[in-house]
Design a protein around this ligand. Structure first.
Ligand SMILES: Cc1cc2nc3c(=O)[nH]c(=O)nc-3n(C[C@H](O)[C@H](O)[C@H](O)COP(=O)(O)OP(=O)(O)OC[C@H]3O[C@@H](n4cnc5c(N)ncnc54)[C@H](O)[C@@H]3O)c2cc1C
Length: 238
């Protein structure tokens, strides 16, 4: 879904293009008690409708179901999304907040070490993502403000209460997905929306484009984080 536009726009001109579509062992979802294993070639629609994901990490299923439109969800894959690391992509926020691990044909990479910058990851030339493993959190939620035209999030905030404590990640607002430490500390003391209501990020390093100023994005981060926390509480009671 992203590679072909890149080729058409001549942003990259590789000598060879390899179709991973026939590698069935890169596709599928496995339930391993406190872990969910998702193959790199698994389309967003499969993650969104998976009973395993919906039961164990409903926020991840919701995120996958909110990506683009049905065509994008049927063709786009989790491996392609995180390898591409578009600053506005949804999945990187879940991978980072859920403290997932990216497994390649060479090594396993912790989420904190994977996303390096705009369209940049820790992947080396020729390195192939095989699967992503997500530890099941105590609870998680995702707040997303979609651009009405592209449906990419102008800002998306994924909040997870992991076994090691709260993790908050932000996509869409900066050149690369990032964790918001101040909110994580506040939620560690009190995992409630009220704890982060007054926390504002500095707009200094946020994106500015025709869709929103850095100040607008900064406000959206607080609002989307609050929504995500409210959602986690609701999910835990359900
Ligand atoms: C119109 C449109 C709207 C979209 N809206 C959204 C949205 O709202 N939210 C969102 O998050 N995303 C959105 N997307 C992105 C989409 O969801 C796909 O995830 C993304 O385009 C990647 O597509 P793909 O899986 O086909 O990967 P490709 O396009 O095939 O590959 C993308 C890059 O990843 C590399 N790659 C692919 N698989 C692997 C692997 N297993 N190992 C290593 N490298 C790999 C490729 O070499 C390439 O560099 C949108 C895309 C389009 C075109």
């Amino acid at each position: 879904m992203s590679l072909l536009p890149v080729l058409k726009l001549r942003l990259d001109q590789p000598t060879d293009v390899i179709d991973l579509g026939y590698l069935d062992n890169l596709r599928g979802i496995q339930d391993e008690a406190d872990l969910i294993r998702i193959g790199a070639m698994t389309p967003h629609a499969v993650v969104a409708s998976s009973d395993v994901v919906r039961n164990k990490i409903p926020a991840l299923a919701k995120l996958a179901g909110s990506i683009g439109d049905p065509l994008i969800r049927n063709r786009g894959t989790i491996g392609g999304s995180i390898a591409n690391n578009d600053p506005s992509a949804d999945y990187p926020s879940a991978v980072l907040a859920l403290n997932a691990t990216v497994h390649t044909n060479r090594r396993s990479i912790a989420a904190d070490d994977f996303f390096l910058g705009m369209f940049e990851t820790a992947l080396e030339n020729g390195e192939l993502i095989l699967e992503v493993t997500f530890p099941v959190p105590k609870r998680a939620g995702y707040g997303r403000f979609p651009n009405p035209a592209s449906r990419y999030p102008l800002v998306g905030v994924f909040v997870a209460e992991t076994q090691e404590g709260p993790r908050v990640s932000v996509t869409g607002a900066a050149p690369c997905v990032f964790r918001f430490a101040e909110m994580e500390w506040a939620l560690a003391k009190n995992f409630d929306e009220i704890a982060i209501r007054e926390i504002r990020i500095s707009p200094d390093n946020l994106q500015s484009d025709l869709h929103g100023t850095p100040e607008y994005r900064a406000r959206l981060i607080t609002t989307m984080a609050r929504r995500a926390v409210v959602e986690t509480v609701t999910a835990a009671k359900a």
